[in-house]
Structures are given as structure tokens and as C-alpha cells.
Design a protein around this ligand. Structure first.
Ligand SMILES: CC(C)(COP(=O)(O)OP(=O)(O)OC[C@H]1O[C@@H](n2cnc3c(N)ncnc32)[C@H](O)[C@@H]1OP(=O)(O)O)[C@@H](O)C(=O)NCCC(=O)NCCS
Length: 236
């Protein structure tokens, strides 16, 4: 089992880590990819990949979710062990639901547009392990959170799809990498998340990634039939 290494250093780059291993300052890992320094790449299609990579660090890659991921995401989004903590066991999403929710959203303009919504799949050594999405918050969200958010504030949320991988640092690393991408590549000033107050694993992973609890949001999310308190958490 690969345990992600923390902390790490960051070096901006427009190329993928596995495309520049000769230039890496550190020896390649067992897969032939360099583990460090962290190389952040802007969204670009690598000639050795068929998928659109957003950023990568060592073994971990975040790539844009594509329609071919719908069966996988539906499997995760209907697994009661996962949705017990994410969206609720009363709201499993099958393939049609995943398509509607992530790929046919008329209310959310796609990446590159003003709200810059991006659903992503996280992979460790090309094995999909989870899902992360980020999106630019709208003025209405400022009201919801009860104070004025800076101009370029993004929200993120995530899950690791295989519960046997929980508690090994992957979630923290995925948050760190997403935040580094948003702040260094997309000029994002603040990233927020609003985990439910009764999800200590999620809160702890966010804190380890540099988020801090800002305020309790009472009755913020309808979850499994009841309104639940959440924490507004901010980075930095
Ligand atoms: C939340 C999630 C993304 C975190 O990823 P992860 O890889 O499991 O998290 P990490 O291993 O990086 O960190 C988890 C931390 O929580 C701690 N933790 C676990 N259960 C805990 C509990 N009941 N109380 C307090 N801390 C807890 C772990 O010990 C670890 O902290 P440590 O490294 O200081 O020991 C993942 O568990 C997941 O997908 N959960 C289900 C869906 C979900 O909750 N999504 C988030 C919705 S906001």
C-alpha cells in the first residue's frame, strides 16, 4: 500500500511529472515517476495520457472526470458506506443520476466559464480512488455563509470511493493538491468547505491540509431527512 508522503515542496510547471522525470531533482519512484518535487500542471492533454490531467504530485493525479467515468462514479455514489458521509444513504445516484448531476448541469456553467465548475477523478498510479469537485462561489453563497467572501473564492468537496483506503492520508493529500492547483494556477484567493459537524474524519483531513474552522453553520444541510449543522472551513 502506498502511503502518500507529506509534507512536500511545490514547483510550478506546465508539464506533467511523468513527462519530465529526467529533469526531476529526485529519483523516480517504483512506478518510474518522480515523487518530488511536486509538479503542478495546468489543464492540458499529455501525449502519453488519454485523459485530461489537471495536476499531479508523486503518485497522485487529479484529472477531469469524463463521461466514461459515469459507471465508476455511480458505483461510489451508491455505496452506502460512502454516502453515509456524503450526500446521504437516502440519495444514492445511479448512472443516469450521475450523468444528470455532474455532466448535464444546466444550472452550473462548465469549467472555463464564470463559475468554473470542475468534477474530477483522483488516481493513485492510474488507479481511480476518489472524486473531488471545485467551483467558483456565487454572491448568493456569501449570504448563505453569513459574510462577504473574497472575489475569487472556490468551494471544494470530495470523497475517497473505496472505504478501505480511508485513514491513510489520501484525502488530506487530495485536498492539499487541489488547493495548491487552485491557488497557484487559477488565482484563487480563498477555498472553503462546509463539512457536516458530525464528520470528524473530513474535518480533520481539511485541518491537516491547512483549513481552519471559521464558524458553525446551524441546520445548514439537509442530510438523511434532517437539517444538520456544518462547519464553514477556510483556506488560508
Ligand atoms: C473524508 C475523507 C475524504 C478523508 O480522507 P481520508 O484519506 O480518510 O483522510 P486522512 O487519512 O487524510 O485523514 C483522516 C484523519 O481523520 C482522523 N479521524 C478518523 N476518524 C476520526 C474520528 N472519528 N474522529 C476524529 N478524527 C478521526 C484520522 O485519524 C486522520 O487524522 P490523523 O492523520 O491525525 O490521525 C474520506 O474519509 C472519505 O471519503 N470519507 C467519506 C466521504 C466524506 O466524508 N466526504 C467528505 C464530505 S465533506
Amino acid at each position: 500500500m502506498i502511503k502518500p508522503a507529506l509534507p512536500y515542496s511545490l514547483r510550478a510547471s506546465t508539464v506533467h511529472s511523468h513527462c519530465v522525470q529526467e529533469d526531476s531533482l529526485s529519483p523516480p519512484c517504483a512506478t518510474g515517476r518522480p515523487q518530488f518535487p511536486l509538479l503542478i500542471c495546468g489543464t492540458a492533454l499529455c501525449p502519453t495520457l488519454t485523459m485530461t490531467t489537471i495536476c499531479s504530485a508523486g503518485h497522485l493525479t487529479i484529472r477531469a472526470a469524463e463521461e466514461t467515468d459515469i459507471p465508476l462514479i455511480a458505483r461510489w455514489r451508491s455505496d452506502p458506506r460512502v454516502i453515509e458521509f456524503y450526500s446521504g444513504r437516502d440519495r444514492p445516484l445511479g448512472e443516469a443520476g450521475v450523468r444528470r448531476h455532474y455532466f448535464d448541469r444546466s444550472d452550473v456553467p462548465p469549467a472555463g466559464s464564470v463559475h468554473e465548475y470542475q468534477p474530477c477523478v483522483a488516481e493513485v498510479d492510474e488507479r481511480p480512488i476518489g472524486f473531488v469537485q471545485f467551483y467558483r462561489l456565487r454572491p448568493a453563497d456569501s449570504e448563505e455563509f453569513g459574510y462577504r467572501l473574497p472575489e475569487r473564492t472556490f468551494g471544494l468537496d470530495l470523497f475517497i470511493g473505496d472505504p478501505s483506503l480511508w485513514g491513510q492520508g489520501f484525502g488530506t493529500l487530495l485536498i492539499i493538491l487541489t488547493v495548491k492547483y487552485l491557488t497557484t494556477e487559477k488565482g484563487v484567493k480563498r477555498v472553503v468547505a462546509d463539512p457536516r459537524a458530525d464528520n470528524p474524519r473530513s474535518i480533520r483531513a481539511l485541518e491537516k491540509a491547512g483549513f481552519r474552522r471559521v464558524r458553525k453553520l446551524p441546520a445548514h444541510e439537509k442530510f438523511e431527512g434532517a437539517l444538520q449543522d456544518c462547519w464553514l472551513m477556510e483556506y488560508p
